[in-house]
Ligand binder design. Structure first.
Ligand SMILES: [Fe+2]
Length: 204
């Protein structure tokens, strides 16, 4: 097997990965509550459809028939995304988790396209390089946009949702004058801090 053959294989893999994403992205858009996040998923769906067309052009430039090869990596990432959507979370917490799932998909693609661009460059396949580079830049931009959405609003909103949950849980305790001692404030804000750290870790 030559590097050229290996490149063709990777393109078949990516073709299947992108096809799977066109099925997953509408579901993620539907599950998103943040308007900007939903729009980002919808926009990336349109881009993904163009990326599929671009891969078909790559097959043409390589003199190969358009063919998909089952991509277990993306299948696994999408499967995890489905699990995420089934979690008992809503609002910004779900949005934050959707971003985490989507960024896994983007990073997989960035890795795969990055390799293919480099191999095509080494093999002197200029047309293939330019097609794949266009897609690679789109994937990087989509990833950056998700990071920006998480950092600018969604992660903070997810932390705040946890804090308002704490207050709801404490309210009946405070109102009960007969027996239970009030829950110490420090305890609940400690929990909120832990969650903020966890959200922070997820973002990185
Ligand atoms: Fe893609």
């Amino acid at each position: 097997m030559t590097l050229h053959d290996m490149l063709v294989d990777e393109i078949k893999d990516l073709y299947h990965a992108e096809k799977q994403l066109t099925k997953a992205l509408p579901k993620m858009a539907k599950a998103a509550t943040n308007e900007d996040l939903r729009e980002a998923f919808e926009m990336h769906l349109e881009e993904t459809q163009e990326q599929i067309t671009r891969l078909e052009e790559v097959f043409g430039a390589l003199g190969e028939k358009v063919k998909a090869k089952p991509c277990a990596g993306m299948a696994g990432i999408i499967e995890e995304g489905k699990d995420t959507m089934g979690e008992d979370a809503e609002g910004a917490v779900m949005d934050a988790a959707l971003i985490a799932a989507a960024q896994r998909a983007e990073h997989y693609e960035i890795g795969a396209y990055g390799t293919c661009v480099e191999w095509a460059r080494l093999l002197g396949l200029d047309e293939v390089v330019s097609l794949l580079e266009t897609t690679l830049e789109e994937e990087k931009a989509a990833d950056k946009k998700l990071t920006a959405l998480a950092e600018s609003e969604i992660n903070q909103a997810a932390v705040a949702e946890g804090e308002s949950d704490d207050e709801e849980a404490e309210a009946p305790v405070r109102g009960n004058t007969r027996s239970r001692a009030p829950v110490a404030r420090g305890q609940s804000s400690g929990n909120a801090r832990t969650r903020a750290k966890a959200a922070d870790r997820r973002r990185r």
